[in-house]
Design a protein around this ligand. Sequence first.
Ligand code: ZN
Ligand code: ZN
Length: 187
Amino acid sequence: MSLHSLDPRAPWVISTHDLGRRPGSMRKMTLVLPAPVDLNVGMIGVPKDADVELDIRLEAVMEGVLVTGTAGAPLSGECSRCLDPLTSEIEVGFQELFFYSAEDAGEDDPSLDGELLDLEPTFRDAVVLALPLSPVCREDCPGLCTECGVSLAEAGPDHRHERLDSRWASLQSLNIDVVDKQDDQEA
Ligand SMILES: [Zn+2]
Ligand SMILES: [Zn+2]
């Protein structure tokens, strides 16, 4: 008995029973599975239990079952520039060989548990690699004003501030010329 025996009722656990072990036999499946928990990187991810649409092909090969597929899932998160909520979609491809015998498998290779395989880690790895590190609501999102934090998309192109902080203001009230300093800050 494996210490990690899989629960056949878990949504991402797939039976290879129909496939047999004859190399060359193949089966295609279309599935909709609930997204696993904590599938996000930084500011964006796949919401838990969202519908993940999978097209997969199971193929018996000498060493095990080769799974090739694509998965499509919704994304939700925040724009890394303006912090507005955003939604989008992701589509990933993956291929993984699940070994019949854990002894044949390398340390990081998955193996079958009897006739069962767990596709969740494969899907998770593919999504995590494909998620954008700096998601944006749109390619030209201007972000937030660094002075006051207002959304520049909403404030418009004319939004600007007098570039005076209190120190310069008090110097100016003494009529001391500080213009060059401010030009440096604009750069
Ligand atoms: Zn944005
Ligand atoms: Zn501002």
